[in-house]
Design a protein around this ligand. Structure first.
Ligand code: UDP
Length: 403
């Protein structure tokens, strides 16, 4: 879903000189045609980024279309297996599933009608479209939004030949580079500081949302994790860590998240999380609508400590959102989280459940530490992981691609 945004509104966040540089890069690329192709219009990190990036790219002069692949539940089951397999999880993929994956690409072929200078294939779901690339003169770019280092061979070697037909691949981090016969670039994603998810909220909005969600604005400190209900986000480990902390410090836990259209496992994991938390008066599980942006914003602002206990994480926009709000964050140092949470500087890291509990307790009993880390975290994000910086990086990347 596209947002109504304007580049000048970001001046107060990133400064005028960056905006000017973006405009002059945009002039060079005037009328350059870009298609972004992914598989969901709402839910998850990619849709979140595109909803703000696309209108800003258009504003600076490019012609941009966001195309969404449609697929059957079977297709999304297969691509969720790909997602898990890219993260190194065991998968069960049959020949039929692979056939249905390719058939879905065939059915979506019409997305390629017309011309683009640059086709950006986001993640694994639309990669099958590469089979229909012939005759398309523009460049193709595969943008990988996960940490591919632990990809299982069954998935990687199915996808790699399709990736290799692209002109280049983009990964979030240099350490994600793979053995591919094409150019590779590195570009972390970003959050939109002015979206409903990240902007300042009014006291009325704050109170109203908490009331609707039945979350106490006062009372014991709140520990929060916002994430899709996905095993790789380790909601079970978060509950265990919380229960360790609560032995020593009075506190509450909120696990908030909804599903994404392209994530069919969410409902099962949510059910399992509910069972684990059943009867515990200090744990609140909030199943959110996909467009619950203001809700997430307010919950993050309500939280005293935010956690991100992912077992694998391509980048971790939820962590970026937490840091942007100046909140103390405890995260596993995996993938992109390790770049965001610099231990003792912009947050605290923890590898195990016990470590996470200890770090949360440290923050709950030492609010000054939390304030210092939160302020540094916000500045870390402001310099690197906000939308205008991301737009600038995109324009530079396109310039590089076009030589
Ligand atoms: N998100 C959301 N609703 C939810 C759960 C997550 O809007 O119920 C958002 C979250 O705020 C973040 C993005 O989806 O902006 C998730 O990106 P992240 O990189 O953290 O994880 P992903 O879901 O892409 O694995």
């Amino acid at each position: 879903m596209l947002r109504k945004v304007s580049l000048k509104d970001y001046e107060g966040v990133c400064g005028r000189s960056l905006i000017e540089e973006i405009k002059s890069l945009g002039e060079v690329l005037k009328d350059y045609k870009v298609w972004h192709v992914n598989s969901t219009i709402i839910g998850g990190g990619v849709a979140e980024i595109l909803s703000s990036l696309v209108p800003l790219m258009e504003e600076v002069g490019l012609q941009v279309e966001w195309k969404v692949l449609s697929g059957t539940p079977e297709f999304f089951n297969t691509t969720k297996q790909f997602h898990n397999g890219m993260h190194g999880q065991p998968v069960n993929i049959t020949g039929e599933m692979l056939e249905s994956y390719l058939a879905t690409a065939q059915k979506n072929r019409r997305l390629l009608e017309g011309y683009a200078d640059l086709v950006v294939i986001h993640d694994q779901q639309p990669l099958g479209l590469t089979a229909f690339r012939s005759g398309h003169k523009g460049r193709w770019l595969w943008y990988c939004h996960v940490d591919p280092r632990y990809a299982v061979p069954a998935v990687w070697y199915f996808l790699a030949p399709m990736i290799a037909t692209c002109d280049a691949a983009v990964f979030h981090l240099p350490e994600y580079a793979r053995d591919l016969p094409i150019l590779q670039y590195f570009m972390p994603p970003a959050i939109d500081p002015l979206s409903d998810k990240n902007r300042e909220v009014t006291p009325e909005e704050y109170r109203g949302v908490l009331e609707r969600l039945d979350v106490d604005p006062e009372g014991p400190p709140v520990i929060l994790q916002v994430s899709r209900f996905d095993r790789l986000k380790d909601p079970f480990g978060v509950i265990e860590a919380f229960r360790l902390v609560r032995r020593n410090v009075s506190c509450r836990l909120i696990l908030a998240g909804g599903g994404a259209n392209d994530d069919p496992e969410g409902a099962t994991v949510l059910e399992e999380v509910r069972m684990m938390a059943a009867g515990d008066p200090d744990i609140t599980i909030l199943a959110l609508r996909p467009d619950a942006n203001l809700e997430i914003n307010v919950l993050q602002r309500r939280a005293d400590v935010i956690v991100q206990k992912s077992l694998r994480e391509g980048f971790g926009l939820t962590a970026t959102e937490a840091l942007w709000k100046g909140k103390p964050l405890v995260a596993t140092a995996t993938g992109g989280l390790a770049h965001q949470v610099l231990d003792g500087e912009t947050g605290l890291t923890a590898d195990t459940t016990e470590e996470m509990a200890a770090q949360i307790e440290r923050l709950l009993t030492n609010p000054d530490l939390g304030k210092r880390l939160g302020a540094a975290g916000r500045e870390h994000v402001r310099q690197r992981y906000i939308l205008p910086v991301y737009l600038y990086n995109w324009l530079r990347l396109i310039n590089l691609l076009e030589g």
